[in-house]
Each structure stands twice: as structure tokens, then as C-alpha cells.
Design a protein around this ligand. Structure first.
Ligand code: GTP
Ligand code: MG
Length: 201
């Protein structure tokens, strides 16, 4: 399940432009600052692989990265930018929803959720939308090392439990979920194994 090489392939502005070779892909999604870039670097263990997310308001792109010449990691524009103009957020939804609904080779969305803060409405809305539309999803909770101190809102276990309770209304079966930390390495092997199992179905 190891990642040996990652190559940037292309940026697409719509599903029609995405690679057509039929290889399976995983799309990474999450709020700005959730730890997307860190997670990628942590999976790949290479600092040079920069999956840069786009700034709000700029052209929004679907970025394909080919892993081990056999499957894709797709970097999508983040959502919930604090300073994004309303119009940029609107664009995000129609653009990204089109991708989710029409991309046949999508194996699973990896929805990144910051476990160090209590559940945010925008993440719950996103999880519920994907669930209602039967898009396969894996919850990847990030920043799970931020446990200590016992400060309110800084308890990943509780934050995760709370998140799962809310989405239970949408999901009959709870989707797979993995706790990660790019600081301690928690969840790395589990996530790589999970992705390799899904690819072989
Ligand atoms: P944008 O590209 O700006 O949307 O952010 P991003 O989602 O790529 O997040 P990024 O990986 O840049 O991480 C944001 C901040 O969170 C950085 O300061 C990281 O060091 C920190 N961070 C990311 N992952 C972890 C983690 O697992 N644990 C801790 N403690 N901090 C983390
Ligand atoms: Mg980033």
C-alpha cells in the first residue's frame, strides 16, 4: 500500500476535462486550514509534493495527481474560506457538486474534518449533502494529536463523537472513518490500507 511516487497530471476546470483513463481516484475535500496539504505530505512522506489549494475567488480547479502510476489523488478547492465573497462560495458548490455527481471513477471522497474543534455547520452540511446523494465517503479526522490540555473544544474524541451523532440522521450505516495526525503519524498505515482495499473492489 506504499506510495512510491506522485506526479502532477493536470488541472481541470470541469469534469469533462478530467483524465479519461479509467483509473480509480480519491478526492480530498475539506475546509481551508483543515490540514489537506499536511495529510498529503504525511501520506507521501515527501516535502516536495505540494498539493496547493486555490485561493478563494481564483479559478477553481480539479487537480489530478497520479500515484504509483496506477491511481489518482484529486485535490479540490477548499470550502468555507473565512473571507471568501459570497459569489466564490456559490461557485464552489455548483462546480464541485458537478464533479461528485458525474465522476464515474471516484472511489471515495476523503472528507477531512478538523477533530480539534467542535463540529462546524459547513462540514456537517457537506457530509449530509454527500450522504443524501449517495457519494461514497471516508471521514478523515485531522489534528487528532491536539488532545492535551483538556481545554473546551480541544478534545478530538468528543468532537468526533458529536460529529458522528449529527450525521447519523443522514447515514443509515456510518461511513468508514479514520483518525489521523500529521504530527504523530497516527492513521497513516490505516488510511493507506483502507484506500488500497477500496481500489480493489
Ligand atoms: P489550505 O491549503 O490553506 O486550505 O490549508 P490546508 O488544508 O492545506 O492545511 P495545512 O496542511 O496547510 O495545515 C494548516 C495548519 O494546520 C498548519 O499550521 C499545519 O501545521 C497544521 N496541521 C495540519 N495537520 C495537523 C495535525 O495533524 N496536527 C496538528 N497539531 N497540526 C496540524
Ligand atoms: Mg493546503
Amino acid at each position: 500500500a506504499k506510495i512510491k511516487e506522485v506526479d502532477f497530471v493536470k488541472s481541470s476546470s470541469r469534469v469533462k476535462e478530467c483524465p479519461k483513463d479509467g483509473r480509480p481516484e480519491f478526492a480530498m475535500l475539506g475546509r481551508s486550514n483543515v490540514g489537506k496539504s499536511s495529510l498529503i505530505n504525511f501520506l507521501v512522506r515527501k516535502k516536495e509534493v505540494a498539493l496547493t489549494s486555490k485561493k478563494p475567488g481564483k479559478t477553481q480547479l480539479i487537480n489530478h495527481f497520479l500515484v504509483n502510476e496506477s491511481w489518482y489523488i484529486v485535490d479540490l478547492p477548499g470550502y468555507g474560506f473565512a473571507n471568501a465573497p459570497e459569489s466564490a462560495q456559490m461557485d464552489w458548490s455548483s462546480f464541485t457538486k458537478g464533479y461528485f455527481l458525474n465522476r464515474e471513477t471516484l472511489v471515495s471522497v476523503l472528507l477531512l474534518i478538523d477533530a480539534s474543534v467542535p463540529p462546524k455547520k459547513i462540514d456537517l452540511d457537506c457530509a449530509n449533502w454527500l450522504g443524501r446523494n449517495n457519494i461514497p465517503i471516508t471521514f478523515v479526522f485531522t489534528k487528532c494529536d491536539k488532545m492535551k490540555g483538556g481545554k473546551k473544544g480541544n478534545r478530538p474524541d468528543e468532537n468526533i463523537r458529536e460529529f458522528q451523532e449529527v450525521i447519523r440522521e443522514t447515514y443509515k450505516q456510518h461511513p468508514p472513518w479514520i483518525m489521523t495526525s500529521s504530527v504523530t503519524g497516527l492513521g497513516r498505515d490505516e488510511l493507506l490500507l483502507h484506500m488500497s482495499q477500496l481500489r480493489n473492489f
